[in-house]
Every structure is written in structure tokens, then in C-alpha cells.
Write a protein that binds this ligand. Structure first.
Ligand SMILES: Cc1cc2nc3c(=O)[nH]c(=O)nc-3n(C[C@H](O)[C@H](O)[C@H](O)COP(=O)(O)OP(=O)(O)OC[C@H]3O[C@@H](n4cnc5c(N)ncnc54)[C@H](O)[C@@H]3O)c2cc1C
Ligand code: FES
Length: 358
């Protein structure tokens, strides 16, 4: 089971006015645990005024860079991202779980693939990792990136993308779409919506040549892109998503449920296996997720977003039934196999048997 490890901050570089790139170094004994796959993310934890916050950030380094790097964009009023942009410096120690996530396609050096990527704002981070890795390790493949930003000054990794285009001549093309800055070609000004997607397919991208598309950005943009890709013949299996936020709770604490209510009210008896140890506890019939009930019972259950986005809290239901309120992270085949996001799970039966270990 994933646990937190200390990472040393070895560099903090300002990327744009409101984004930093943080380079991290695991301890020698943790190096293997932090050997990532392109497109994965790290989950950090830190105390803010006595309350622990956990936040995930995608690795933006390629597999061959020999380091761990994340790009953190400041969200207005955001606790962790503001702190990272304003206070983090070299020599600091951050606590992080080993890399997680399935926003990647296994590499196949012998194949000649055309990847299509769509990034909105900080959604470029996992795509940059994928682009660098694919171009280096699949010498016959090429990548087309459509990258949406408000204006030129907010484009993260602009120079690095230019350098990659020069390094891999003809194998990387980047189309910048700017919301509030006019460009020579009208199609590249405004938001990416259904109409813009039509224009891109008509003039710039041959959908029939695309093997796999990666999308990471704001939810409405992702939905519009996915719908257009499907209309142009891509199957769901060819479209991969990474969602950064979806009504993610801010700093407000979840409502406390008293131990007495949990124990005495009509509810569910949950039996949970974590790290080889099995424990039982009660969950009230309404209002408390399986994850929150496990944490209230002092189980060290894994989680990050608590919003059904990241899948850190994944477990398997072996007996009983649950309802999942939100699922932005699990694939259909995982749900069919009994996997659930415990942060979004509410029991429907009096008995529930769950394992985090499978
Ligand atoms: C798998 C995954 C990977 C991620 N990778 C990255 C990354 O590489 N770079 C990066 O900068 N962020 C990334 N994020 C988003 C990041 O985890 C945080 O959600 C974000 O930095 C805001 O956290 P905060 O503590 O600063 O704000 P909070 O204190 O949590 O929130 C403050 C306010 O901002 C809103 N908000 C929260 N997140 C966002 C957002 N992303 N955009 C707009 N409004 C938001 C909240 O609803 C709230 O009202 C990723 C998220 C996930 C789930
Ligand atoms: S903690 Fe992120 S999906 Fe449950």
C-alpha cells in the first residue's frame, strides 16, 4: 500500500508569473518506489493551520530526464498551490506518495504511432511527460499537441516545447489556442469547443491517422473534445482522460460524525483489509463515505482528492453493495470487477467486506 515518503526539493524555478516547476529528489532507498511511468502524478500532504491537506500534481519530467519534476500553477485562493508558488524553496522537504495514475499508453518502440494531445493550462504537465518520453523511446512515432491558454504569457513550458520541436524535427507539432489574444489564424483564437474542433479536423488534424488521444484540462473542454473525437471515429478505448478538479472540496472540513451515532445508528458493518490487517467498524446508513468512516475508525486508508478524481482511494468490494456518487477515475472494466472509489462510496447493505490490498 502506498505510503508517504520524504522528497527533498532541489530546485524551484518560476515558469510563468503564476506557476513554478519543482524538482524533487527521493532518498536513495526510495528511488525505486519513485520510478514513474510517463503521465503519472504524485500526491503531497502538508499541514495548513493544523489541518492536513493532500494535493496531487502530475510529473512533467520525461522518463529519461533522470529526475522528478512537477509543475504547480497557482489557483486563485488555493491553499497548496499558493503556498508552493510563494513559499517553497530548495532544501525544503515535501511528503509524497509514490507515483500513481493510468494516464499513459505502454510504450512500443517498434510502432509508428500518431498521438494527439489536448492540454488546457496546467493540464500540460502530464502531456509534457508523455511527449518527451514517447518521442525519445518510440523513434517512429509522432505527436500533435493542441494547447489552450488564456494568453501567451500564461503558457507553461513554451520554450521547452519549442526546443522539443527542434530536437525532434517533424515529429512534434504544437498548435497554440489562445482565449484572449488574437492570432494570425482565427481558428487559434478563443476556447476549444465543438466548432473549433471541427475547424481543427478540417484544416489541421487528420483524425483517421490518430492512434490515441490524451486530454487533460478543464472538464467542459475535455467533454467537448472527447465528443468531437468520437464523432470523428475514435473509440472510447483510444481516448484517455486526466481530470485535475471536479468540485474538489476546498479547505472546509467534512462534517464530523460522532462515534456514538456511527456505532448505534442503523447502518453497515464494514470489514476492511488494509496492508494485510483486517478491521471492522460501523458506517451510518447516510452521510458518511466508506473512506471517511475508515479514517474515523483510525485506519490509515489512502486518499488524495476525496472528489472521485484521482483513484488513490481505490479498493475492491468482496461482499455487499455500495453506491458510488461520483466516478471520474475508474474504467468500466474496473467497476465491473468490483473496484470502487472509497471516497465516493456509500453502503447499501448491512454488511460490507472490502479490501485495499487487491
Ligand atoms: C490527478 C491530478 C493531477 C493534478 N496535476 C496538477 C498539476 O500537474 N499541476 C497543477 O497545477 N495542478 C494539478 N492538479 C490540481 C491540484 O491537485 C489542486 O487541485 C490545485 O493545485 C488546487 O489546490 P489548492 O490547494 O491550491 O486549492 P484549494 O484550496 O483546494 O481550492 C481553492 C479553490 O479553487 C478551486 N480549485 C481547485 N482546484 C482547481 C483547479 N485545478 N482549477 C481551478 N480551480 C480549482 C476549488 O474549488 C476552491 O474553490 C492535479 C489534480 C489531480 C487530481
Ligand atoms: S481520493 Fe481521489 S478518487 Fe477518492
Amino acid at each position: 500500500m502506498a505510503r508517504f515518503h520524504s522528497l527533498e526539493v532541489v530546485d524551484v524555478r518560476r515558469e510563468t508569473r503564476d506557476a513554478v516547476v519543482v524538482t524533487l529528489k527521493p532518498r536513495a532507498e526510495d528511488a525505486a518506489a519513485f520510478d514513474f511511468t510517463q503521465g503519472q502524478y504524485l500526491t503531497f500532504r502538508r499541514d495548513f493551520d493544523g489541518e492536513e491537506l493532500r494535493r496531487s500534481y502530475s510529473i512533467c519530467a520525461g522518463k529519461d530526464e533522470g529526475c522528478l519534476k512537477v509543475g504547480i500553477k497557482k489557483v486563485e485562493g488555493g491553499a497548496f498551490s499558493t503556498w508552493a508558488n510563494e513559499n517553497l524553496s530548495s532544501g525544503d522537504i515535501l511528503e509524497a506518495m509514490p507515483p500513481m495514475g493510468k494516464f499513459f499508453l505502454p510504450l512500443a518502440p517498434e510502432l509508428d504511432r500518431h498521438y494527439l494531445g489536448f492540454a488546457g493550462g496546467s493540464g500540460i504537465t502530464p502531456l509534457l511527460s508523455i511527449i518527451k518520453t514517447v518521442l525519445a523511446r518510440e523513434p517512429k512515432s509522432r505527436f500533435t499537441l493542441v494547447y489552450a491558454n488564456r494568453q501567451i504569457s500564461s503558457i507553461m513550458f513554451r520554450e521547452e516545447l519549442e526546443d522539443l520541436k527542434n530536437l525532434y524535427l517533424g515529429r512534434l507539432s504544437v498548435l497554440h489556442v489562445l482565449e484572449s489574444e488574437a492570432q494570425e489564424i482565427d481558428l487559434f483564437t478563443g476556447r476549444i469547443d465543438a466548432e473549433k474542433m471541427e475547424g481543427l479536423f478540417k484544416h489541421w488534424i487528420d483524425a483517421t491517422s490518430v492512434d490515441t488521444a490524451f486530454i487533460c484540462g478543464p472538464e467542459p473542454m475535455m467533454l467537448a473534445i472527447a465528443a468531437a473525437l468520437r464523432e470523428h471515429g475514435l473509440s472510447d478505448a483510444q481516448i484517455k482522460f486526466e481530470l485535475f478538479a471536479s468540485g474538489q472540496p476546498g479547505r472546509a472540513k467534512a462534517k464530523a460524525v460522532s462515534a456514538n451515532v456511527a456505532a448505534n445508528g442503523a447502518g453497515t458493518t464494514a470489514t476492511v483489509t488494509l496492508d494485510g490487517a483486517t478491521r471492522s467498524f460501523h458506517i451510518p446508513r447516510e452521510g458518511q463515505s466508506l473512506l471517511d468512516a475508515a479514517l474515523a475508525a483510525s485506519l490509515d486508508a489512502p486518499y488524495a482528492c476525496k472528489a472521485g478524481v484521482c483513484s488513490t482511494c481505490r479498493a475492491k468490494v468482496l461482499e455487499g453493495e455500495v453506491e458510488m456518487a461520483v466516478n471520474h477515475a475508474l474504467e468500466d472494466y474496473e467497476v465491473r470487477a468490483g473496484y470502487v472509489l472509497t471516497c465516493q462510496c456509500f453502503p447499501l447493505t448491512e454488511k460490507l467486506v472490502v479490501t485495499y490490498d487487491e
